[in-house]
Design a protein around this ligand. Structure first.
Ligand code: ADP
Ligand code: ASP
Ligand code: MG
Length: 450
């Protein structure tokens, strides 16, 4: 069994020189860490996204200057900045070139190219931080092996190709070097840069762990593990020491930002343990995610995903007629719209879409589907809703679970409830404005009330 560990450091962990130095301490203390996956320094990807949204060059420049300042602040604290100066200058010039010559509106491929600069900059800097600590740190361009399709903004990794390319180009380097590479980005078969979706570096680390048959994937972030809910929502949230793949995957799917939704898929395929901990407090423990766990409590966590859209389609003509649902889902599928929650009655169906998960603007991808649905049914759209998911075990077969929910939330308008399809989750919708409070109350009831 391989002992190799893939360690991923998120944006706040590589935010500046001091943060990068703390990550170097973690790497120096664990000789089995051979591959390091980094995110862009905190704030950089948001600035790059802002560049892609501005039409005006001077506004793009303001964002560029923010990125340059973050980069230079690291360079200025290096002992031998000259070792990376030329490479960083080359990257910044290439970004400037895209700002000046990108046209008024960027295309999808250009947007991904621009967004890739955050990870490309941070990985060069981080490898140098490691070298200055006496580690044989080598920066590797992940686009050589992270092969994806060409769905810019949310590219699909091609696992078999990644594994073969990894064996050829990356694996041999790991014998003599500690390799630093970029999360979030990949390349299609034409060599065009792609991205895996926001927060995608976790997914990159897990895909590389799979390709290398690693023993563990470590996700180092700004919290000391996975909590019973987002610790920003309630101080009563507590760290979960051990959680199963199934439960953690549900948490990620339903909005726990600490893990990109797809992270656990490669880990589950290869049964690779995943550890989540804080790079600021590496000794404060963390969460182990594994196939087998000692406990599977009915309530494990609460996740929240804001900005959901509820679409209700109704067709009185379909009373006692067959094929209504088929027609609705066929229409959505042809427009490549993925549906989250669904509830139905005989002549209507209500379903939710996740706007955050959409690579293009809501109206651009959904409007044509709604127009088609309107040709055979009445359609109504409600926005500004939050999906709250209670995650646990045997939720569909335990007594009192909806009761706990209804008792706690008797004053809240629950717009839709889904219970029974999954043993691991119970989901409902509330208004965005009520959501934080609902999570707080429910957390108090399910995790702290004696
Ligand atoms: P990184 O940049 O390291 O990838 P992220 O910001 O993507 O970090 O993810 C960490 C954040 O996830 C935390 O700061 C926390 O606010 C949020 N989060 C949401 N749900 C949870 C949860 N259940 N447990 C821990 N953190 C959570
Ligand atoms: N830098 C990317 C983002 O901010 C990817 C990541 O951090 O995981 O979304
Ligand atoms: Mg993240």
């Amino acid at each position: 069994m391989s002992k190799l560990i893939v360690a991923k450091f998120g944006g706040s962990s590589v935010a500046d020189f001091d943060a990068m130095s703390r990550c170097a301490d973690i790497i120096l203390a664990e000789p089995n860490i051979r591959l390091i996956v980094v995110s862009a320094s905190a704030g950089v990807t948001n600035l790059l996204v802002a560049i892609t949204k501005h039409c005006d060059i001077s506004e793009r420049y303001v964002c560029y200057q923010g990125i340059e300042a973050i980069t230079l602040s690291v360079i200025n604290q290096l002992q031998q900045p000259e070792c990376v100066a030329a490479e960083i200058k080359h990257l910044l010039l290439a970004l400037k070139h895209l700002i000046e010559n990108g046209g008024v509106v960027y295309g999808a491929a250009q947007k991904d190219e621009i967004q890739s600069f955050g990870e490309r900059l941070s990985s060069v800097l981080f490898a140098q931080v490691l070298r200055e600590r006496g580690v044989a740190g080598l920066c590797f361009d992940i686009r050589q092996i992270m092969r994806t399709d060409s769905r810019f903004g949310k590219a699909e990794p091609q696992v078999a190709n990644i594994s073969a390319l990894c064996g050829q180009h990356l694996q041999p380097l790991l014998h003599d070097n500690i390799v630093v590479t970029q999360g979030f980005i990949g390349a299609d078969e034409l060599g065009q840069t792609t991205t895996l979706g926001r927060g995608g570096s976790d997914y990159s680390a897990a895909l590389l762990g799979e390709a290398l048959s690693a023993s563990t994937v470590q996700i180092w972030t700004d919290v000391v593990g996975i909590f019973t809910t987002d610790p920003r929502l309630t101080e009563q949230a507590r760290c979960i020491k051990e959680i199963s793949f199934d439960e953690a995957a549900e948490m990620a799917t339903f909005g726990a930002k600490v893990l990109h939704p797809a992270t656990l898929i490669p880990a589950m395929r290869r049964n690779i343990a995943v550890f989540v901990g804080s790079s600021r407090e590496p000794h404060a423990g963390g969460t182990w995610i594994a196939k087998e766990v000692k406990e599977r409590p009915p309530y494990r966590a609460i996740a929240l995903r804001k900005s959901q859209t509820l679409i209700t389609v109704k067709s009185p003509a379909m009373l006692h007629a067959a094929g209504f649902l088929t027609r609705v889902f066929d229409t959505l599928s042809r427009h490549q719209i993925s549906v989250d929650l669904v509830t139905t009655s005989e002549i209507s169906v209500a379903l939710t879409l996740d706007e955050n998960g959409m690579s293009t603007a809501f109206s651009a991808s959904v409007e044509p589907a709604l127009t088609e649905l309107k040709t055979f049914c009445e359609v109504s759209v409600e926005q500004g809703l939050s999906l709250i998911a209670v995650i646990g075990n045997h939720l569909h077969g335990s007594k009192g679970i909806p009761g706990d929910l209804f008792n706690t939330l008797e004053r809240v308008n629950m717009r839709l409830i889904c219970h029974g399809a999954s043993k691991h989750n119970l989901c409902f919708l509330v208004q965005d404005a009520d959501a934080a409070n609902v999570v707080k109350q429910l957390h108090q009831r399910l995790f702290t009330a004696g």
